[in-house]
Design a binder for this molecule. Structure first.
Ligand code: RNT
Ligand code: ZN
Length: 414
């Protein structure tokens, strides 16, 4: 179907496709660097994910093993994704240039290469302290560790990252969201659930007490229900961080894999945003557990985007991706996931919102149900294809041919 025919069908339901495309263009997605190398990072040669209660499974060939390789892969992915986006960097992707510097001493110097890379592409950058894959995180405890020296190390890492976030923002002219996620928890039933939470709260207080310009760096805290090795107890639970974020007016990070599988994440947005300034999303797909499968244009992702649009929350929400699949081509994973999140957002922007709202306000629940159902078969694909065409990226499945040839030219030799 042509775009013009689609435009008419949407217009008949009061939807302006041009306005939808304009809004879509204004919403960046924060592309997570860690999809490109299975959350390994580059602090040492052959670094790999350890601990943290998360796992990348699969052995697909061609993983990025150096910063230039990861940057090359990101460029390839970005060339197949329409629009302007952001880079989401983890501290363990530091460029140590052969020096021995530990995470508590990181400064902008270790990330200048990444900032320059973003600058050349006019991209903003988001940031994350890394509380895993490190000897001082081997027992699964970091900011809530009973040993004060260990806590101190991780507090210093957190403060360092907030400063790096602010400096990146200053150089790039766009605020950085720095997201705090820690793995702390326990495999088996703990006796004392209270003390680790007291220690975590105190550690966070120290981290966020360090003066960092809020107009440059915004701090987010990410909760979790359980992880591998923290099945029975997670210190930074939903209640813990939601309360902490409300009290301290921080951003709250909702990761789609961090709740009971039957919970409706979309329903949480309008509650949380009553009481915190902004929201960070980790758009992800858990299959039975926090498995971080590649994001799709699926019902839960669509429900989340619907909610952001319906509630007028886009201006207060930062959309980041969080998945890592090592069993398929890693560049394709980025493309599928980012395009999936964007398609979900576009579909939300194309809802017959005015008609739905007036039906609901009039108490006409029959019409509301009918509109929901009819909206599903509107020619969404033609509008999405038009967006890809205007942004000069391959339409439909055609991007996959480029991934295949990149696999032969760049990945095969690694
Ligand atoms: C882990 C969290 C966290 C990480 C990344 C690597 O459960 O979701 O966000 O996935 O920071
Ligand atoms: Zn996450």
């Amino acid at each position: 179907m042509s775009y013009t025919t689609a435009l008419e069908q949407y217009a008949a339901l009061g939807v302006d496709t041009e306005t939808a495309l304009k809004t879509l263009e204004s919403v960046p997605i924060s592309l997570h660097c860690w999809q490109g190398d299975d959350v390994g990072g580059f602090e040492k040669a052959d670094a790999s994910l350890s601990g943290g209660g998360i796992q990348a499974t699969g052995n697909y060939p061609g993983k990025a093993r150096t910063i230039p390789q990861l940057q090359q892969d990101l460029d390839k992915a970005l060339s197949l994704i329409p629009g302007k986006h952001r880079l989401n960097l983890h501290a363990c992707y530091a460029d140590l240039a052969g020096r021995k510097i530990d995470r508590n001493e990181y400064s902008v110097a270790q990330f200048q290469g990444w900032i320059d890379w973003c600058k050349e592409r006019a991209m903003g950058m988001d940031f994350n302290p890394s509380y895993f894959s490190h000897p001082l995180a081997d027992d699964g405890l970091t900011l809530s560790h009973p040993d004060q020296a260990v806590r101190k190390f991780w507090i210093d890492h957190g403060i360092a990252c907030r400063k790096i976030g602010a400096e990146a923002a200053r150089q790039l002219g766009s605020p950085t969201v720095t997201n705090f996620w820690i793995p702390d928890g326990s495999k088996d039933t703990p006796f004392d659930r209270k003390s680790p939470r007291e220690r975590l709260a105190a550690s966070l207080d120290e981290i966020f007490a360090a003066p960092v310009d809020r107009s440059l760096n915004r701090d987010a805290v990410e909760s979790k229900l359980f992880g591998i090795g923290s099945e029975s107890y997670v210190v930074g639970s939903h209640e813990f961080y939601l309360a902490y974020a409300v009290k301290n007016q921080l951003l709250y990070c909702l990761d789609a894999g961090h709740f009971h599988p039957t919970e409706n994440l979309a329903d949480k947005v309008s509650s949380i945003l009553q009481f915190v300034p902004e929201l960070l999303l980790h758009v992800s797909r858990g299959v039975r557990w926090d498995s971080d499968h590649v994001v799709l244009f699926d019902d839960p992702t669509r429900a989340m985007m619907d909610e952001l649009v319906r509630g007028g929350f886009l201006g207060r929400t930062h959309i980041g991706l969080d998945f890592f699949d090592a069993s398929i081509n890693r560049i394709a994973a980025w493309v599928i996931g980012t395009r999936g999140a964007m398609k979900s957002l576009l579909a939300a922007l194309l809802e017959p919102a005015a008609l739905l709202r007036s039906a609901e306000q009039a108490g006409d629940n029959t019409l509301r149900l009918a509109l929901f159902e009819e909206a599903k078969t509107l020619p969404f694909g033609a509008v999405w294809d038009e967006y890809c065409r205007r942004n000069d990226v391959p339409i439909g499945h055609r991007w996959m041919a480029e991934v295949k040839s990149y696999e032969k030219s760049a990945l095969a030799g690694r």
